[in-house]
Each structure stands twice: as C-alpha cells, then as structure tokens.
Design a protein around this ligand. Structure first.
Ligand SMILES: NC(=O)c1ccc[n+]([C@@H]2O[C@H](COP(=O)([O-])OP(=O)(O)OC[C@H]3O[C@@H](n4cnc5c(N)ncnc54)[C@H](O)[C@@H]3O)[C@@H](O)[C@H]2O)c1
Length: 677
C-alpha cells in the first residue's frame, strides 16, 4: 500500500494536485458526461443584476487573468444549469476514500476529514457527483469545484494548532486555535429566519453564497446506502411488529411505498428482511435499474395488470419478496383501490422536501416532460404536483379507512399534501397519520437514547472493519446480559445486525459500519476501538460519527422531534447545543445545518465527526463528547414528558452522579380539564 514516505507515482501526482489547490493555469474545458446522473436544471430565479453578482462572486476564486474566459463560461453554466458548478475545475484523479496516509497532511485529523469528504464525492456513492451532490437531489458537499480544491489544499496544509472554517462550502480560511479545538467548523444554509423559504435557497444558492448541505452530505459523514438500510430495516420491522407481533403473522402482509432513490431505495430490501410482500413505485427508470441491478429489489414491472397478478400470488404463497412498479405511484395506489385489494402497511418516500425541483413527479405526465416543465414552466409544474398530491392523499385515505397502517416517512408528504389542500388533518389541526418517528423510532429508539452511531476505518482496509464489528458485537452481547427489559429488543436487533453485517456486503465507498446504540453502547464500542488502534489490532485512525436522524442534534418538527408534544418541537435550541457542546468536548469537526431531509427552513441539525487515533487524548474526548451528544437529547425529550426518556435519563443519572437533569412534574389531566377558559 503506498504511504507518504514511499509514494507511488500516482499517489505523488495526487498529492501534488491537492497541494496545488486552484491551478494557476486553466485546465482544459471538460465535456458534459451524459452517462452520469446529473442534478436537474434549477429554475431561473435571478434578475440580470443578480446574475452579474453571481458571476462576480464566482470569479472571486480566480486570478484576474482568467476572468475574461471564465466570466463567459460561468454565464453559460448559469443559463444552462441554473447554477455555476465550475465544471472545468473538476479534478481528473479519482475521488474516493483513499487510505488516510495517501492524503498529504500536517494533521492526521485533517487527513481523516479528507478521507470522509472524498467519500461523499465518490462516483459510486454520490447521486450527482459532477454537481457535488451526495444525496436527496440537492444535498451538497460544496457549491462548486473551486471550493473543493481550496478546502482540500487547506486541509492538506493545516496543523493541529489551526481550525478551518467553512461557510456553506466556502472555505473562509484557517484560523489559529489549539489542539483540543475542532479542526473544522462547518455551517450550511444558516439564514436569517425570514429568508429561509424554498425560493430563498434557489436565489442565494444561485448567487453562490449558501448551500443546502442536507445532513451527512455537507458534514462529510455519508456512508452510502448502508446507513439507510439499517434505519429503514429497524423502521419497517417495527412497523410490521405493530400490525402483527409474530413472524408467522407477518408473512404475506402487503407493504406499499414509493421511491427507489438514495435513501428510499432501501425500502424493498428492508421490507423483504421483515418478511413482507413489498411494492415500491419509482418513476425514474435509471433509479429502478440501479436498485434492481444491485439486488435491492427483486422484480420490476411496468404493467400494472401483470404486477397485481404477481402480488396476489406472492401473498397467497406467503413469499417475502420485493417488487418495483416502474411508473407513477398514484397510478399504483389508484389501481390497488380499483382491484379492491387490502394493504397492510403504507408509506411514501418521494423527495417531498424538494417538491418543485424534481423531488415529486406529477401523475399523467412523462418523466422527461416533467423535468422540462419544472425548469421552463415552474408555476404550471407546481399546480400539477399539488393536483397529484390531492389524488395521492385521497388514495391513502381510502385504504386507511379499510385498515391500512400508514405512516409519514419524514419526507414531508403530509406537510406538502396538507399545503395542497388534502384532507389529512384531524379536527385539532394535527395530521391524521403519525410520522414514523412519532409511532416507531421516537418511542422505541430515540427516547431510550438509541440512534445511528457509525464509524469509518480510514485505513480503507476491510480487515479493520471486521475487527471493529467483532469488538462491537462483544460490547453489545455483554450489555444485553445486564440490560433492563425496556431496551433488550433494541440490543438484540442490533446484535443480529452486526453479526450479519459482513456477509450482507453493505459497504459502498468507505469501510464504514452503522448500528443503533445508546450512550453507554457508543462509548464502550468507541473505547474498545481506540484500544485496538493503540495496540495495533486496527491499523489506522477510525472516525466516529452519526447521521442526524438521532436522539439528539436535530430539531425537525415533522421528523426527528415530531414526538415532542410540549410545543417545543418548533424550537431549535437542542441542535445548536449539540453543535456547540460537541465542539468544546473534543469533536474533530462540528457542523450545523439549515435543512436536511424535510427541507430548507423546516429543520436545524447539528452533527460531529471525531477521529480516534489510539491516544489517551482520544479516550478522554470520546467519553466526554459521546456522553453529552446523546444525553442532551434524552434530557430534552424527558423534559417534554416522554416517558421512555424519563426512564432513560433517570437510569443515566444513577450511573453518572455528576449528571443532574431537570425533570418534569406531571399534571393530572382532570385538573386541567376542570379549568374554564
Ligand atoms: N429512508 C429514511 O430513513 C428517511 C428518513 C427520513 C426521511 N427520508 C426522506 O425520504 C425522501 C427520499 O429520500 P431519497 O434520498 O430516496 O430521495 P431521492 O430523490 O433519491 O428518491 C426519491 C425517488 O422518488 C421518485 N419519485 C418522485 N415522485 C414520484 C412519483 N410520483 N412516483 C414514483 N416515483 C416518484 C424519484 O424519481 C426518486 O427516485 C427524502 O425526502 C428524505 O428526506 C428518508
């Protein structure tokens, strides 16, 4: 394996290019590569003066001698794609999570950050790699290639006495700090609250001054589809347990949903693991093909008559099978009703956090025509989307009246259907259907402190990952023996998961693993990994992190915090506290984002990355930071009177005498009901 001390020519060239940053001579213009998935053209939103400003902004990265060429080129990009990506500066080397020592560096922590951010841009991982989008249609790592080149150069040259600051992808620079400070502070899309509507994103992103970082895209924490397979399996399995507690009882039950994209593509695989018959609709043939060729969905049909026949047979035979419908989901739902079929579980995972720019496709209009319409006739497109949402919600209502258990999958389906005028509200103004967090993940996982803990072996060596799996299994098996009844199910689901993880070939991109653990589990696994790095059983640093779909860190009233009922779900204090608190407890990088999952202006989330290098410093940091990172959220959930969280925080206070959390006093309902207003 090439290392810094004996670099092969290839690695040497790569290192030279990283240290060079933005090249002084213009690289050759690159042809548009139609074989790749590209971001849809963004709608035209800037007026002529703003267009000039966008180009003036973009030219800030380049020496004046190139302005004449680049000004015209960027104007053309803005016209053609609605954004300035600076395609010419896309590097020729392959971007992927290289072994950490291949990155030129003065700080090993900074090299680990390069490993992580490179993974987010790997062609095998990213949704629109040339537009620097990792997932969700608009989840950006950077706004343009100049930002990438400059950031890599800063990371490669910085020391452990400096901190790099990123404003929505733009590297503001390196600032003197100290070795216990984060090496990197990232914010994405932080706006003055009144300027946080979807069109504000369109305008300010087109101007080049902000970006939508989603969650793990802009925080360099994406680990490919594995994270989502795990979360979706836990969700669908627990949804199935709600309608049929036994494995036998679940056989032949029908699950219907939509989306075979970045995250949604995990649904058929998860439903099959849960033993169900699953139909998942997908309008984009490329997405269907990808998931089918990866084996994530077993069979594909574009003819509804043939599909229905196949589904009836699968139900009769009690097969666990996943079936894709190549077409619009509303056509599927309406056909199911016309056939008088019973659906057991229903959901939806179109990208409704992004309804007007490719997240949701109207029925009765071809995929290509929709893509044209959203760019050229955005108002008409919006009307078509809303008409479709009404039909979609009506179909859900009809089937729910016949007994279907429907849950919102955190994609803003109910939010957007409601805005379109659909009949999805109860008399008190709340939604008729629960979100998957309200019914499933909130009470069963988050309130107990269980959430998506992940780690990445920066050696890029699968053997190291195998070692970490074994360590995690040992930790969880030991915990299971001592665990209270309330969390045994969580532990046993995750023990099973980690046992099968290696055989299930879940790695795409970096050598990463995810499981759900509480603060005790996260700390014990991290400690075990740190020790194994120290004594050489693991060959290079390991990065710890989480996605934001967790106990703590994310304030998202229609998703992560949708099961907070004291009115505080529309506040964002928790996310900010996680971000800041992780920063001074030893995180290697911290990130704060507006948007992610449910949409710009609808959520604030804070995340972290932590590099373990086997040192005593790492041991101190991991204990302090992971404890806070989880328990901040449990404290907040317990203050909201969630009974599982009150149980979890009391248990933690017994284990940790220094922890003192304010507990709520509960009021008798009859007392409140007797009050006259
Ligand atoms: N999986 C999870 O655990 C999870 C959790 C929370 C939220 N979400 C949300 O789920 C949504 C989907 O995420 P993603 O990464 O898969 O996005 P994506 O854009 O990659 O995939 C969505 C897919 O839906 C398809 N689609 C849109 N409208 C359709 C229609 N009318 N009929 C058929 N197909 C249609 C699109 O072609 C696309 O492939 C996002 O809003 C995300 O935030 C997912």
């Amino acid at each position: 394996m090439p290392t810094l001390t004996s670099p092969s020519t290839d690695v040497k060239t790569f290192q030279h290019l990283i240290l060079q940053g933005i090249p002084d001579n213009l690289p050759a213009l690159k042809p548009f590569d139609a074989s790749l998935n590209h971001a849809p053209k963004r709608k035209e939103i800037l007026n002529p003066a703003e267009k000039k400003l966008a180009i003036r902004n973009a030219l800030r990265y380049f020496s004046e001698k190139h302005h004449e060429v680049l000004a015209k080129e960027f104007a053309e990009e803005l016209k053609t794609y609605g954004r300035i990506y600076m395609y010419r500066f896309r590097p020729d080397y392959k971007i992927y999570a290289r072994p950490v020592h291949d990155y030129p560096h003065q700080s090993l922590q900074a090299a680990a950050i390069m490993h992580m951010l490179s993974n987010n841009l790997d062609y095998a991982v990213a949704q629109h790699p040339h537009e620097l989008i990792t997932y969700g249609g608009n989840g950006a790592v950077f706004q343009n290639w100049a930002q990438y080149l400059l950031t890599m150069q800063y990371l490669a040259s910085m020391t452990d006495e400096q901190t790099l600051v990123l404003y929505s992808g733009h590297p503001m620079g390196l600032f003197p700090s100290h070795k216990d400070a984060p090496r990197l502070v990232v914010t994405n899309g932080m706006m003055i609250p009144n300027y946080s509507k979807p069109d504000d994103w369109e305008r300010f992103n087109a101007l080049g001054v902000t970006q939508y970082g989603q969650m793990t895209a802009g925080s360099f924490m994406y680990i490919g589809p594995q994270g989502i397979v795990h979360g979706t399996t836990i969700t669908v399995m627990n949804a199935a347990r709600k309608i049929a507690p036994t494995e036998e009882g679940r056989k032949g039950k029908l699950f219907i949903s939509c989306g075979l994209g970045g995250m949604s593509g995990a649904q058929p695989k998860a439903a099959k693991i849960a033993g169900l018959v699953a139909i998942v609709a997908e309008i984009n043939p490329k997405a269907t093909h990808t998931r089918h060729s990866q084996g994530w969905v077993d069979e594909v049909y574009d003819d509804l008559a043939v599909l229905i026949k196949r589904v009836r047979k699968a139900q009769a035979n009690k097969e666990a099978v996943s079936i894709a419908y190549q077409g619009n989901v509303v056509d599927l739902w309406e056909r199911i009703i016309a056939e008088n079929m019973q659906v057991d579980i229903g959901s939806d995972q179109t990208s409704l956090h992004n309804p007007w720019a490719g997240g949701y496709y109207p029925v009765g209009i071809s995929y290509e025509e929709s893509n044209r319409m959203m760019a050229e006739y955005p108002e008409q497109f919006k009307k078509e989307v809303q008409k479709t949402l009404l039909r979609h919600a009506n179909a859900v209502n009809t089937l729910a009246a016949k007994g279907m258990y429907f849950f919102d999958y955190g994609n803003a389906f109910l939010l957007e259907a409601g805005k379109a005028g659909a009949d999805i509200f109860k008399a008190d103004g709340s939604f008729k259907y629960p979100s998957y967090v309200q019914d499933i993940l909130g009470p069963m996982c988050f309130d107990y402190g269980f959430g998506p803990f992940r780690w990445v072996c920066t050696s890029a060596n699968a053997k190291d990952l195998e070692t970490t799996d074994k360590l995690a299994l040992e930790v969880m098996e030991a915990m299971y023996k001592e665990a209270p009844e309330e969390i045994k199910q969580q532990l046993s689901d995750n023990i099973l998961w980690i046992k099968d993880a290696m055989h299930n070939n879940l790695v795409v991109g970096s050598q990463a693993r995810i499981l759900y653990a509480d603060s005790e589990g996260r700390i014990k696994i991290a400690e075990a990994i740190n020790k194994a790095i120290a004594d050489g059983r693991i060959s290079a640093p390991v990065v710890l992190g989480r996605d934001h779909h967790d106990v703590s860190g994310t304030d998202s009233p229609y998703r992560e915090t949708s099961n907070i009922y004291d009115g505080s779900r529309f506040t964002a204090d928790m996310a900010v506290h996680n971000f800041v608190g992780d920063g001074f407890r030893g995180a290697t990088w911290i990130s704060l984002h507006n948007g992610g999952g449910v949409g710009w202006g609808e959520v604030i989330n804070g995340g972290f990355g932590m590099v373990l290098d086997g040192s005593a410093d790492s041991d101190r940091r991991l204990k302090s930071m992971l404890f806070w990172d989880v328990n901040n959220g449990i404290a907040r959930r317990s203050w909201a009177r969630n009974k599982e969280a009150i149980f979890a925080i009391k248990r933690e206070m017994q284990r940790t005498p220094q922890l003192k959390v304010t507990l709520p006093n509960l009021v008798d309902d009859t007392l409140l009901d007797s009050l006259k207003f």
